[in-house]
Write a protein that binds this ligand. Structure first.
Ligand SMILES: Cc1cc2nc3c(=O)[nH]c(=O)nc-3n(C[C@H](O)[C@H](O)[C@H](O)COP(=O)(O)OP(=O)(O)OC[C@H]3O[C@@H](n4cnc5c(N)ncnc54)[C@H](O)[C@@H]3O)c2cc1C
Length: 462
């Protein structure tokens, strides 16, 4: 170990590594404060060549590596426990923007926001939108196959990528930076790295797909009686093929945000059981207003909604979305929370809520389900807030038992235990116990083929 660390420090420029505890400290804790890490050395390479050089030295000395982007991951995959930490934070170059081909090549450490800005400059958009976009990086987005608010229209990150450049465990550089829309020349190797959580190699750059920008995005917030009505509303709002976002929040979570968080306000005069934030991508503001009025008017007539507010300008639209984006943070006002990121087939969401809520209340009487999220693509952050009169730690101690109940139900409903956050450390044991054995064996074979000495993010996923 010491020899390897010395070799890295000797071979790499002094700008490409640090052992300064103050600089490293923020990289060893994560957003939820659930994992605390340690590392003997943080590498901060500035180029793919430096990443490759570092990986070769690590391979020669048997050192393991944990790659890190913006450190916004929610399953503990980016937190080293004694491994070398390789941060991509200095690799932020936008290498090329090609509006004609609707393509962009960016380095892995570029933040998602900087990618949005670069696309915007040429009148295009990169349609991945997450509340963490100011900090999360493209490398992290690809490695977790991030989802976000627009999956129902554009798919997950996997659908937004032509290919990647990655440094393999051998230190070799795989160059998949194509922007060809057709290329049938064997396995799609770039895709192996998407959702791999850093277990197969280090993504150093990516060729991304760009899309035309909508002329105007019309946002509304509606109130609904229950998830069944929300599901019917989703179908109603799809008319005309303009639907860009459909996010759902229950009153308890919505109220925790608007009542406690600075700058937040309730757009309605009275409380409602559920809320839905909806976007339609249209050409003009006038078209947006007309579409919203027509669809919401008929939704009222069909008894699908209880109330609605149509955003009149960008500020109001941003305020509405901000409530949804703060749902996770706002939950801290409800005490301890046990959190899940599950997906079930769309048409089964209402039944899932009914069954899961009942099971939760049997298991921990008085607990408060806060299921919110990307309803439009079937992904619910099915979180449970503690009973008011229970000690926080006593509640959190039941995380595993609650997981068993929730994941059993997810299985029964034909869903997935990880919709968009990945497996990381957090769900590794659950995946091992619950995944199809054939799938697990294939995952392990691919890992063995590309990383035979288990050097890349060795503790996560499988
Ligand atoms: C407020 C908030 C809102 C969020 N909303 C969403 C959401 O709507 N949808 C969603 O999907 N996620 C969401 N997330 C989770 C998170 O932002 C995403 O998972 C994001 O893609 C992680 O990017 P990152 O750069 O921060 O990666 P990190 O946290 O640094 O790393 C995540 C994983 O990717 C690996 N990794 C990182 N970079 C590389 C690389 N270059 N090569 C190989 N492996 C790498 C790490 O080892 C780790 O396993 C949210 C998080 C927060 C804090």
């Amino acid at each position: 170990m010491t020899d390897g660390i010395t070799a890295l420090k000797t071979a790499l420029p002094s700008t490409a590594w640090t052992q300064d505890a103050d600089i490293i400290a923020p990289h060893l804790v994560e957003w939820r404060d659930k994992y605390q890490g340690e590392t003997p050395l943080m590498l901060t390479p500035r180029s793919t060549a430096e990443v490759a050089q570092a990986v070769k030295i690590c391979a020669a000395h048997g050192l393991k590596i944990v790659p890190q982007g913006g450190n916004t991951g929610l399953v503990g995959g980016q937190t080293p426990q004694g491994e070398v930490l390789l941060s991509l934070k200095k690799m932020t170059t936008i290498r090329d923007v090609d509006a004609t081909n609707n393509a962009m090549i960016v380095e892995a450490g570029a933040t998602l926001q900087s990618v949005h800005d670069a696309a915007d400059k040429v009148g295009r958009k990169f349609p991945l939108f997450l509340a963490s976009q100011g900090s999360c990086t493209i490398g992290g987005n690809l490695s977790t196959n991030a989802g976000g608010n627009h999956v129902l229209k554009y798919g997950t990150t996997k659908d937004l990528v032509f290919g990647v450049e990655a440094v393999l465990a051998s230190g070799e550089i795989y160059n998949g930076l194509t922007s060809l829309r057709k290329d049938n020349t064997g396995y799609d190797l770039s895709r192996l790295f998407l959702g791999a959580e850093g277990t197969l190699g280090i993504i150093t750059a990516a060729s991304l797909k760009l899309f035309p920008k909508a002329g105007y995005t019309q946002r509304v917030i509606t109130a609904a009686e229950n998830p069944s009505k929300a599901l019917a509303l989703l179908e109603h709002c799809r008319a005309g093929g303009r639907l860009g976002m459909f996010e759902v929040m229950p009153h308890i979570g919505f109220n925790a945000v608007v009542s406690n968080m600075p700058g937040q306000r309730d757009p309605f005069d009275t409380p409602h059981p559920w809320y839905v934030v909806i976007d339609w991508d249209v050409e003009t503001e006038a078209e947006g207003a007309a579409l919203a009025e027509t669809l919401l008017g008929t939704a009222f007539e069909k008894d699908l909604i209880l109330n609605a507010v149509i955003a009149q300008n960008e500020t109001q639209a941003a305020q509405i979305l901000s409530i949804r984006e703060n749902m996770s943070a706002g939950q801290k006002f409800l005490g301890g929370s046990i959190k899940f990121d599950i997906t079930v087939p769309l048409n089964r969401i209402p039944d899932f809520f009914k069954k899961a809520d009942a099971a939760m209340n049997t298991q921990i009487p008085g607990c408060r389900p806060v299921g919110f999220g990307h309803f439009g693509d079937g992904n619910i952050h099915y979180n449970i807030a503690q009973p008011i009169d229970m000690k926080k730690q006593d509640f959190l101690d039941q995380w595993q038992a609650v997981s068993e109940t929730v994941f059993d139900l997810v299985g029964e409903f034909g869903g997935s235990i990880s919709a968009e956050h990945g497996i990381g450390i957090m769900k590794k044991a659950d995946l091992a116990r619950r995944a199809d054995p054939v799938k697990l064996a294939m995952l392990k074979s691919i890992k063995q083929a590309l990383d035979p000495h288990n050097m890349m993010n060795p503790r996560v996923m499988i």
